[in-house]
Each structure stands twice: as structure tokens, then as C-alpha cells.
Design a binder for this molecule. Structure first.
Ligand code: NAP
Length: 243
């Protein structure tokens, strides 16, 4: 059986993506770092809608945790594999660069970029062997496309993810595995709730933040059979903020 793994699936965009993928009839592995209650709620909601979900706790930025959790899963599922991977886990620790603590630089890059590397590297062999058209979607950001003040760490991580998406897409294309990135603008989640929303909405041509469900609908398309010929792309979803 083909499974989906969504990193950072317990809240925000990841939560909406888990719900959407489960509605496609794909069993979903909901990864989270520490908020078990939120992850349990996602699982319960998927099951209430008739879908299948399981939880998997690991910190994407810690290679030992990634290898152990995914290795155990593979041992327990000899006939299954993870065909759909959404590298969504991410954090932000904003600060102007001259005041940015070293740990905030590394924490942001380690989560978005190292996390992508550790999880994807572990899953690629099976995804490529099966030749059934695997899918990888990486959660980048408008910040990675244009750069944003106070986000040198975050913009660097999200821009690097775009480079990695394009390189990996070339490696996996002959096996029918697509690799794409999604670049959201401002979306209503815990990550953006502290921001001055009224001010920022004025910058958005559509005058509103996006909803997690709108990003999830795009990810759903990218992992569907309909998107089999799209790879190495970065798709923006930002209400016209960067067009
Ligand atoms: P969020 O509401 O803060 O949720 C973050 C999720 O990531 C949570 O499920 C959290 O798990 C998980 N997570 C954080 N660090 C992790 C780690 N080291 N290992 C595993 N899981 C980890 O964030 P969001 O707004 O949904 O953002 C999701 C992704 O979209 C991020 O990559 C973000 O950079 C990107 N993005 C967001 C926006 C936006 O406007 N919201 C815009 C562009 C891009 P716990 O629940 O266990 O803490």
C-alpha cells in the first residue's frame, strides 16, 4: 500500500494537507515534533471522515530521530512504502541579521533544509525502486523567492529548498518521481498569528491572508496523477503579493 508522510502535520498548513490527502483515500502518516494533542486531533478528524492516519513523532532536524522513526516504520510495513512526501515542517525566528543569534540562524535552516534532506534521503530509495510515480512537495515560501526583511535565516532556508527541489527533480524524473515546491505568501496559521495582520493585508492585492485549505488544495493537485508531468517547479500561492 502507498502511504503519505506529511512533516509538521499536527498544525497549520500540515494539518490541512493531512486532511486533504486522507480524503483522496491515501493513508497518512502525521509527523509532529512535540504537540501530541494537536497531532491526535488531526488523526481523530481524519478517522471521523472515514480516512486512515497514524502518528509519527520525530524532529526533522535530527538525523538519528528521522532514521530511527522511518526505519522502524519500514520494518513494520514490509509490503508498504511512502510514495507521497510533503516536507512541510518549518519554523521562523525573525530578527534583523546584525542582531540574529547564531542558534536562530541554525535552527531555522536545520528545520527546513536539513529536515528536507534527512527525510527525503531516507525515503527516496523505495520511492524510486517502485516506479509507481512518487511525489515530493517541499514547502518553500514567498520569503525564499523575494527575500524578506528580518528573515535572512528563513529566506536562506526557503531559497535553498527551491534549489534542492530543482536539482532533485532532475535526479528522480527518469523514475517518474516528481519534486515540486510550493511558495505560500501570508497564510492564517499559528506561525503568522503574532504578525500585524491588518497592516500586512494591505500589502496583499487580495487584501486578505490565505487559508491553509487553499494551500492544501494545491498540494493535493501536485500529488495527484493529473500532475504527473509537472516537476522541478515552484508554485506561488499568495493572493497576488508577488506577481
Ligand atoms: P505552524 O502553524 O507553526 O506549524 C508548524 C508545524 O511544523 C507543526 O506541526 C510543528 O509540530 C511542526 N514542526 C516544527 N518544527 C518541527 C521539527 N523540527 N520537526 C518536526 N515537526 C516540526 O506553521 P505553518 O504556518 O503551518 O507552516 C508550515 C510550513 O509552511 C512551514 O515550513 C512554513 O515555513 C511554511 N510557510 C508558512 C507560511 C504561513 O504564512 N503560515 C507561509 C509560507 C510558508 P508541533 O505541533 O509538534 O510543534
Amino acid at each position: 500500500m502507498k502511504y503519505a508522510l506529511v512533516t509538521g502535520g499536527s498544525r497549520g498548513l500540515g494539518r490541512a494537507i493531512c486532511l486533504e490527502i486522507a480524503q483522496m483515500g491515501i493513508p497518512v502518516i502525521v509527523n509532529y515534533q512535540s504537540n501530541e494533542n494537536a497531532a491526535l486531533e488531526v488523526k481523530a478528524e481524519i478517522e471521523a471522515r472515514g480516512g486512515q492516519a497514524e502518528l509519527m513523532r520525530f524532529d526533522v532536524s535530527k538525523v538519528d530521530e528521522v532514521e530511527a522513526a522511518l526505519g522502524n516504520w519500514e520494518d513494520q510495513h514490509p509490503d508498504d512504502y511512502i510514495a507521497y512526501l510533503v516536507n512541510n515542517a518549518g519554523i521562523r525566528r525573525d530578527n534583523v541579521m546584525f542582531m540574529m543569534p547564531e542558534e536562530d540562524w541554525h535552527a531555522v535552516i536545520n528545520t527546513s533544509l536539513d529536515g528536507f534532506f534527512y527525510v527525503t534521503r531516507k525515503l527516496l530509495p523505495k520511492m524510486m525502486q517502485r516506479k509507481h510515480g512518487g511525489r515530493i512537495v517541499n514547502m518553500s515560501s514567498l520569503s525564499g523567492l523575494k527575500g524578506m526583511q528580518g528573515q535572512a535565516n528563513y529566506s536562506a532556508a526557503k531559497a535553498a529548498l527551491i534549489g534542492a527541489t530543482k536539482a532533485l527533480a532532475l535526479e528522480t524524473a527518469p523514475r517518474g518521481v516528481t519534486v515540486n515546491a510550493v511558495a505560500p505568501g501570508f497564510i492564517e496559521t499559528d506561525m503568522t498569528k503574532e504578525l500585524p495582520q491588518d497592516e500586512l493585508k494591505q500589502l496583499v492585492p487580495m487584501k486578505r491572508f490565505g487559508r491553509p485549505e487553499e494551500v492544501a488544495a494545491l498540494v493535493k493537485f501536485l500529488i495527484s496523477d493529473s500532475a504527473a508531468y509537472i516537476t522541478g517547479e515552484v508554485i506561488s500561492i499568495n493572493g497576488g503579493l508577488y506577481t
